[in-house]
Design a protein around this ligand. Structure first.
Ligand SMILES: C[S@@+](CC[C@H](N)C(=O)[O-])C[C@H]1O[C@@H](n2cnc3c(N)ncnc32)[C@H](O)[C@@H]1O
Length: 334
């Protein structure tokens, strides 16, 4: 159920896009793994991977949580989920499952220890709303960790080096982002997105892969990216297949690196993580254990619930202390 105003998924839905995602994982997975560890993912946790694609982030999480934990990947693209399921079967990872759906509407449990995602919020019209929807499936105090792209840094680098082929490719991608309504700066924007979703200010870091040696997967990664987006590049008349010449592009980029004496760069990923808020009322209940309440039958005084609500309000918390009802439940989760 993609929303009509969502940015275009510029890479399209094809087998070559699935292969592109797998190649992208080769370049970014080591960093994503460290990022998830820093965020606190560990043995035994139950993790929700939002926009799980071909499964790569879900698998990283699965290794961190081990067989005593579990990972559920959710993605709105049924084709890519088929690949993800096949790869999970082949890897005999029984504790990873995949659910088809839009994170803003998916029917998922509410007891995850963490919600994670890579390059997914950028494809939603309101990233804070999508993040909030994900957080609603996480237990109070759980981990929320997302990585998104920051294109202007790549553009700045491409414009500063003597590498015309590389610069032209980055120009095409930037143009395509603009035509597709995909924000260029979701990465740095994560700070604001977390706050707008009701989370604390996140801990953030950046990662930019840089290549040099011929075996660096970034050259082929760039070719596959351009292959995935080619139909739209031509549709928006940004460039043509002839001009890009995908068959020679990887060699062309490498030759340029060697002649310019500078490395090629991949897109910068910005990671942001925080722990969901535990309401002070809930904290106090957790510290003190169950509250004994003796209803005063036969008087016109306030009900026990009203008394507890008043206590919670005095404590700066306005949600229902029992956490029942959709509104109060989501307030307590955040
Ligand atoms: C760029 S891919 C990233 C896949 C994976 N996270 C990775 O890093 O390899 C983004 C994925 O998010 C999915 N997606 C986009 N918007 C979504 C939404 N609102 N709910 C669920 N999945 C979504 C897309 O179908 C796509 O598979």
């Amino acid at each position: 159920m993609a929303i009509e105003s969502d940015p275009i998924y510029i890479q399209g839905r094809s087998e070559s896009e699935t292969q592109r995602l797998i190649l992208q994982a080769l370049i970014y997975d080591a960093n994503t793994r460290r990022f998830l560890q820093d965020a606190g993912l560990t043995t035994g946790m139950k993790v929700l991977d939002v926009g799980s694609g071909a499964r790569d982030v879900a698998f990283l999480a699965a290794r961190l949580v081990g067989p005593t934990g579990s990972v559920v990947g959710v993605d709105q693209n049924s084709e890519v989920l088929e690949t993800a399921r096949e790869r999970a079967r082949a890897a005999r990872l029984a504790h990873v499952t995949f659910v088809e759906g839009d994170i803003r509407a998916a029917d998922l449990p509410n007891d995850f220890d963490a919600a994670i995602g890579r390059l997914v919020l950028m494809y939603t019209t309101d990233p804070a709303q999508a993040l909030k929807a994900a957080v609603n499936h996480v237990q109070p105090g759980g981990i929320v960790a997302f990585q998104e792209v920051e294109v202007p840094l790549l553009l700045q680098y491409a414009e500063s080096v003597q590498m015309p082929v590389f610069r032209e490719i980055v120009r095409c991608l930037v143009e395509l982002f603009r035509h597709g309504g995909v924000p260029l700066s979701t990465g740095f924007g994560l700070h604001q997105v977390f706050l707008a979703a009701g989370l604390p200010a996140p801990t953030m870091s950046t990662y930019s892969p840089m290549g040099g040696p011929p075996e660096w997967p970034g050259y082929r990664g760039m070719v596959e990216t351009m292959r995935s987006v080619l139909p739209l590049l031509e549709h928006f008349e940004i460039t043509t297949a002839e001009k890009l010449d995908l068959d020679t592009l990887a060699d062309g980029l490498l030759a340029e690196v060697e002649s310019a004496g500078t490395p090629m760069a991949g897109a910068t990923h910005v990671g942001a993580w925080a722990r969901g808020r535990v309401s002070r009322c809930r904290e106090r209940r957790q510290r003190q254990g169950p509250v004994a309440i003796t209803p005063t039958i036969g008087t016109n005084g306030p009900t026990p619930c009203v008394i507890i609500r008043a206590l919670c309000r005095a404590d700066g918390h306005t949600g229902h202390p029992h956490g029942s009802g959709a509104e109060s439940d989501s307030a307590a989760r955040l």
